[in-house]
Design a protein around this ligand. Sequence first.
Ligand code: PLP
Length: 375
Amino acid sequence: MATATPPRLDFRSDTRTLPDARMRAAMAGARVGDDVYGDDPTVALLEETVAGLLGTEAALLMPSGTMANLVAPLAAAGPPGSPPPRVITGADTHMAFLEADGLRRFGGVELVAVPQRPDGLPDPDALTALLAAGAEGRPTVVCLENTSMMRSGNALDAAATRAVADLAHRYGAHFHLDGARLANAAVALGVPPAELAGPADSVSFSVSKGLGGPVGGLLCGTREYLAHARESRTWLGGSLHQAGIVAAPALVALGRLPELAADHEKAAALADGLASVPGAEVMRPPRPTNMVMARLAGLAADDCATRLAEHGVRVLPLPNGHVRFVAHRSHDMISVHAAVRAVAAVAATLPARPGRQPNEPSPAGEGSVTPMEEA
Ligand SMILES: *Cc1c(COP(=O)(O)O)cnc(C)c1O
């Protein structure tokens, strides 16, 4: 039987938080209606609050960020029955990894992956070439992820976002922002989330990542766009009746948005701690948020994750050979130190690298930092 790791030492994802007493009380006391009939007051309040936060005309609650990303391109194509769009997104994004199959099977959507730069932005030449080639009468949706999941959570600023939006718009494409962790980007950059969302035609926003809500994603955009999104949500099976039960803890989560800064401090302390472990390589993005990606020289990501789990620390092995640590609300500095100690303990069992004898004490600060440009 799988044993649950206490959230305190579970670094796999910022989804690994549990609803606290305040959230549970909010759920228990939530005023609800039937969101399928459009009269759940708590859902309405959540949608208004998120639209206000992102500066969009409106927002629509979805059961998950995944469904928000599925619906986003379908709604961009227009009413049901419209020709399915072509989606262009970075090859190392949640949409390319986890939405491509759903888009193809349920939406007839072709997803085209483009290489990404070290900061997470799509390669501009590859994107331009695809946009210029056109899609045989089908609309095109360009997607950008902020923060960038596989670039160690790098935050992209409004100017970088606007450059991609302008390029997409020049070719008549819809620009969708997967802002599952847009709140982290905004806190890290010290700007309002609306500034980062401004250039987008639609935005996905998650309340269940670092914000700590139990479930839910919101798709944001114009009222007209969201009317199409509501139809797609229905036929995908994403309409929830007394959805106020999940909107209520999401409202609690939104009230805690500034607290994400503490997660970023923990992640920075973790990155510093790991960088001092001999044999550890830490990826350092230009604008870090709540993630740390690292690897131990000579140890595959899967093996590294298994070995760390033996020390009670859970991390996510990634296809790029690194393991991912995500700092979240259940962690404190004691958790961070425990993680660094676990990595040091695993590193100490690995064969010595050239120039060092197996039992020779390692000089302090022997671990290395890989700037993202070389990662
Ligand atoms: C988590 C995540 C999603 C999906 O959100 P779920 O609510 O887990 O379905 C989408 N995009 C990104 C970048 C994410 O990190």
